[in-house]
Write a protein that binds this ligand. Structure first.
Ligand code: FRU
Length: 490
C-alpha cells in the first residue's frame, strides 16, 4: 500500500494561509476551536513530551463535515492551545474515505502512537467499511503503518458490523501490552463496546465484548472510553439514536456505565448507568490521565442534531467543552472544570442578596466571560421557584429555572436568539444538598457550561445570543438568600 504525501502537504499549506486571517478575538477565550474549517470529536487526548496534546476530527476546507482529517493542538494548561499542523489526512488505501476518531498513547521508546478508524470508501459492489489503523510519530509528523488496517471486521465474531466499527481508544497495561476498545453495532445487541489486545500494537486479538446496549441505549455506540476511577471501572460511550428513558434525553447522547472489570476473564459487571452531560450540545467525550493523576475529560461542545443548520458566523465551526476533572461521589460520576480555570480569573465580585419576586441584578455581575458560582440558601426559605436569566438584553435571555419543590432545573435557551425549530430546553435533577443548591456557570461568549452541586450534573449548551446581551438577573417566588461569586475572565 502506498502513502501519498501530497494531501497532507497541501492541507498544511492551506491551513497556514487561511489561519492568519482569523484573529484571536474571533474565537472564544478558552474553548478550543479548529484552526480553520470544521471540527467534531476530540481525538488522541494525551500527555506527551511535557505537554498536553489534543487532536480533533477536522475538515479544514469548509465549515461543514467532510473527508475527515486530524487537527492537532498542544497546551501546558489545557486552556491555552497552540495550533500544530494537521496530523493526519485521508491519503492511503486504508483510510481514503476519512481518518475517523481515535486515540493516542505515548510509547516507552519515545514515539507517540495514534490509533484511528480508517474508512474505506464504497466500491461498485460494496458499502463503505470501517477498520482500525495506527500511525507512529514524534508528536508533529506521523507515519501510517503499512500494515493498516490492523484491526478489521475479520477480527470480530459473527454478528458484529463492518460498517459501524469505529473510534478505537487504546492504552498500555502495566505489563506493557496494548488494549483497544472500539464501538460497534451488533445485529441483535445494537450498540456495543468491543475489546482487543496486542503485544506490539500491530497484531491484535479480539478479547470480548465489554457491554452492549441490548436495544435499551441506542443503536450504535460511538467513541467508547474505558478507564479506572477511584476503584471503579468506567465505560463511557456516545450512543446514537436513543429513546428518552431514565435521565437520558432522546437522540444522540453520552453515557457512563460504572462497574468493575476482570481483565483476565474480560468480564465487565455493570453497576449503574447515567448520562455524562445533560445539555443540548455535548457529545463524543474522551478522557486522559494527567501526570498528576487526574482523569480529565473533554467533549465536542455540539451534537449532530444541533450542528446541522447552525449558523456559521465565524470563519471556523465548532468548539470543544472545557476540560473537566472526573471524580466519583455517592456512586455517581461527577465533573468539575479543570482547576487551571482559576488562572483566568480576573476581578472577582462577591455579592449577597435576598432575592424575591422583583427581578434584580447585582452590581458588577454581568458579562459573557465569566466563572460564576451561585449558592441558593434553600433551608428556611419558602422559595419554590428561582429564576436566573443570563446573556440578557431587551429581547434575549437564557433562562435557568430551579424548581426547588420538585428538585428540578430547567435550562432554556429558547429566547436566546435561535430561529431554528430544534430542542432548546433540558430538564435535569437539581436537589438542594444540606440546605443549599449550588450552580456554577462558565460563560465564554457563545457557550454556557452549568455545573450543578459541584459537578453532580452538568448542562452544556451553545447559545446563539448576540454578544452585547450581557445582563444577568435574579428572581424568586418567595424571598431566598443568594450568594454570588463572579470571576470575570481574561
Ligand atoms: C462521532 C463520530 C464518530 C466518527 C466521527 C466521524 O461524533 O460519528 O463515530 O468516528 O464522528 O467524524
Amino acid at each position: 500500500m502506498s502513502i501519498n504525501p501530497l494531501p497532507l502537504v497541501r492541507v498544511r499549506e492551506f491551513e497556514r494561509e487561511q489561519a492568519q486571517k482569523i484573529s484571536a478575538q474571533e474565537r472564544p477565550l478558552f474553548h478550543l476551536t479548529p484552526l480553520v474549517g470544521w471540527m467534531n470529536d476530540p481525538n488522541g487526548f494525551c500527555y506527551y513530551g511535557g505537554q498536553y496534546h489534543l487532536f480533533y476530527q477536522y475538515h479544514p476546507f469548509s465549515r461543514q463535515w467532510g473527508p475527515m482529517h486530524w487537527g492537532h493542538v498542544v497546551s501546558f494548561d489545557l486552556l491555552h492551545w497552540t495550533y500544530q499542523p494537521c496530523a493526519l489526512a485521508p491519503d492511503t488505501a486504508a483510510d481514503a474515505g476519512g481518518c475517523f476518531s481515535g486515540s493516542a498513547v505515548p510509547l516507552p521508546d519515545g514515539r507517540l502512537m495514534l490509533c484511528y478508524t480508517g474508512v474505506q470508501p464504497a466500491g461498485t459492489f460494496r458499502r463503505e467499511t470501517q477498520a482500525q489503523c495506527v500511525a507512529f510519530g514524534d508528536g508533529v509528523n506521523f507515519e501510517k503503518s503499512l500494515l493498516n488496517p490492523v484491526v478489521r471486521h475479520a477480527h470480530l465474531p459473527e454478528g458484529y458490523s463492518e460498517f459501524d466499527f469505529r473510534d478505537p481508544k487504546i492504552w498500555l497495561t502495566e505489563d506493557g501490552s496494548f488494549r483497544m476498545v472500539a464501538g460497534n453495532r451488533h445485529v441483535e445487541k445494537k450498540g456495543t463496546a468491543v475489546l482487543f489486545a496486542s503485544q506490539d500494537g500491530l497484531d491484535w486479538q479480539f478479547k470480548g465484548e465489554i457491554d452492549a446496549s441490548r436495544g435499551e441505549y441506542g443503536h450504535m455506540w460511538e467513541c467508547p472510553d474505558f478507564f479506572p476511577l477511584e476503584g471503579k471501572q468506567v465505560l463511557m460511550v456516545s450512543p446514537q439514536k436513543m429513546q428518552a428513558r431514565e435521565e437520558f434525553h432522546a437522540g444522540d447522547g453520552t453515557m457512563a456505565i460504572l462497574g468493575t472489570f476482570d481483565d483476565q476473564e474480560c468480564r465487565f459487571t455493570r453497576e449503574s448507568v447515567q448520562p455524562v452531560d445533560h445539555g443540548l450540545t455535548f457529545y463524543a467525550p474522551q478522557t486522559m490521565q494527567a501526570p498528576d493523576g487526574r482523569r480529565i475529560m473533554i467533549g465536542w461542545m455540539d451534537n449532530w442534531e444541533t450542528c446541522k443548520e447552525a449558523p456559521r458566523r465565524h470563519p471556523w465551526y465548532a468548539q470543544m467543552s472545557v476540560p473537566r476533572e472526573l471524580f466519583l461521589r455517592e456512586g455517581r460520576l461527577c465533573q468539575r472544570p479543570v482547576r487551571e480555570m482559576e488562572t483566568l480569573w480576573q476581578d472577582t465580585i462577591l455579592q449577597e442578596a435576598t432575592v424575591a419576586q422583583e427581578e434584580i441584578s447585582l452590581l458588577g455581575v454581568q458579562g459573557r466571560l465569566m466563572d460564576m458560582t451561585i449558592q441558593l440558601q434553600t433551608a428556611n426559605s419558602a422559595c419554590r421557584r428561582f429564576t436566573l436569566r443570563v446573556a440578557r438584553d431587551e429581547s434575549h435571555f437564557i433562562q435557568i429555572r430551579c424548581d426547588l419543590a420538585r428538585g428540578e432545573l430547567v435550562f432554556d435557551r429558547s429566547h436566546g436568539g435561535s430561529v431554528r425549530d430544534i430542542a432548546h430546553t433540558r430538564h435535569v435533577k437539581a436537589e438542594p444538598r444540606e440546605g443549599q443548591l449550588t450552580l456554577r456557570l462558565l460563560m465564554d461568549k457563545e457557550s454556557i457550561e452549568l455545573f450543578i452541586n459541584e459537578g453532580e450534573r452538568v448542562v452544556t449548551s451553545l447559545i446563539p445570543t448576540p454578544l452585547k446581551a450581557e445582563g444577568i438577573t435574579f428572581a424568586a417566588d418567595a424571598p431566598i438568600q443568594v450568594k454570588v461569586s463572579a470571576h470575570h475572565l481574561g
